[in-house]
Design a protein around this ligand. Structure first.
Ligand code: URA
Length: 437
């Protein structure tokens, strides 16, 4: 078959064979297929959809476009977590040391900020010296020595996804459940995991705004993981407001330090303990997820998780002085308070707008080549259900550039809906899903 015929087949709503998909992905990765033909096929796949066989074929092709880590020489059941992306979602940075301290090895390949959502790698790199670009040999060494390693997608890991993702990003073909599933799972399956816990975000700050779409994505991801022989479970969690109280790279590390010292905000800790609990259970260190959650809490109360975090930062060449003394970190040059214009209760927060404000402040990228302002971001004072008086602080914005504050402040103001009626804070853990549910 020619590329033209494979594109036409998908365009007309037919099913592409695993051989055709494999050929397409390999040819594109090797540079033998031009962007315009790959983009045309992706758009056809976006509109027509992919059936299970096609979805598994594209995942396998992307997974095997690079190295698949073999961590079988490292003792223990290796478990990772993946979030579909949110605002203030710093869970991985707390979870990795908690789970590793409980004796479950965590091989973790994380991403950078994407659109309005933050990225674990960017947050970790706000710790001076912290390195995330290890090759596979060093990745294995650090997991063996520390029980955890947090790296980014290298050239060796699912290179097909890296190239295709960049193309999808500029051709409006990101929000397709089969393409997202293949993209996420090709990277996760390359890490060398035995089991995976997914945090599928749902709400105004998530890529999936409706619970039905989030559940469809969760089931699709579970299907791929289980078909690859990896136990895969998912929590659907609420993203109708930022998680915790800080948004921005160093600000989120600060909040993680507080969390690891036992002073984390309740919503952040609830999501973290659920995900940790499932990982500790799947890693064979608890009888069930509930016992896993108790162990997770104990790892924080005993100080073992903080000790592990310091070990990780040291192993990945970060400066631990700022973890021990976060108050010594340089401060943002400018700060601006956003205040309430009405008295009442916070009924809603458009969390995507908060994420975009974070990007405007310099915590994320508008263009791929943008450099980040690691100190930039927001401190959220009022969340859904809180009572506010007119003039009271809703959020504090921080940045090194004053013009950025001028731009972001009205966006944050408009993101808040304050009404004269009370509302309950959102339910955080919406649903648990696995292959049997
Ligand atoms: N994250 C990914 O890794 N891939 C997608 O397609 C979307 C989110």
């Amino acid at each position: 078959m020619t590329p033209y015929e494979i594109i036409a087949k998908k365009r007309d709503g037919h099913t592409c064979s695993p051989e055709e998909i494999n050929w397409l992905i390999n040819a594109y990765t090797e540079g033998a297929l031009p962007d315009y033909q790959m983009a045309a096929w992706l758009m056809a796949a976006f509109i027509r959809g992919l059936n299970d066989e096609e979805k598994h074929a594209i995942t396998r092709a992307m997974l095997h476009s690079g190295i698949v880590a073999d961590l079988s020489d490292i003792p223990g059941i290796k478990v990772d977590k993946h979030s579909t992306g949110g605002v203030g979602d710093k869970v991985s940075i707390i979870l990795a040391p908690v789970v590793a301290a409980a004796g479950v090895p965590v091989p973790m390949i994380s991403g950078r900020g994407l659109g309005h959502t933050g990225g674990t790698l960017d947050k970790l790199e706000s710790i001076p010296g912290f390195k995330t670009d290890y090759d596979f040999e060093n990745y294995r060494r650090i997991i063996r020595e520390t029980g955890v390693c947090l790296i980014g997608q290298t050239k060796e890991i699912a290179p097909a996804d890296k190239k295709i993702y960049a193309l999808r990003d500029v051709t409006a073909t990101v929000e397709s459940i089969p393409l997202i599933s293949a993209s996420i799972m090709s990277k996760k399956l390359a890490e060398g995991i035995d089991a995976l816990v997914l945090d599928v975000k749902c709400g105004s700050g998530a890529f999936m705004k409706e619970p039905e779409r989030a559940e469809e994505l969760a089931r699709s991801l579970i299907g791929i993981g289980e078909a690859a022989g990896k136990t895969t479970v998912a929590y659907m969690t609420n993203m109708d407001e930022p998680l915790g109280r800080k948004v921005g790279n160093w600000l989120e590390i600060e909040e993680c330090i507080d969390a690891l010292n036992g002073n984390g905000p309740a919503d952040l800790m609830e999501v973290t303990h659920h995900l940790c609990g499932a990982m500790i259970w799947l890693g064979g260190k608890a009888r069930d997820a509930e016992e896993g959650r108790a162990i997770s809490r104990e790892m924080i109360h005993s100080g073992k998780a903080m000790k592990k975090f310091l070990e990780i930062v040291e192993a990945q060449q970060g400066n631990t002085e700022f973890i021990r003394h976060p108050e010594r970190y340089p401060k943002a040059r400018y700060q601006r308070e956003v205040t309430a214009t009405a008295t009442g209760w916070v009924n809603a927060i458009d969390t995507m707008q908060i994420g975009i404000a974070g990007v405007e402040l310099g915590a994320g990228r508008l263009k791929q080549e943008d450099t980040l302002d690691m100190k930039a971001g927001l401190i959220i004072h009022k969340k859904i259900g809180d009572k506010v008086q007119s003039g009271e602080k809703l959020a504090t914005l921080l940045a090194d550039n004053e013009a950025r504050l001028d731009k972001a402040a009205p966006r944050v103001q408009n993101a808040y809906t304050i009404r004269d009626e009370t509302v309950e804070p959102p339910t955080l853990i919406l649903k648990y899903l696995d292959k049997n549910t």
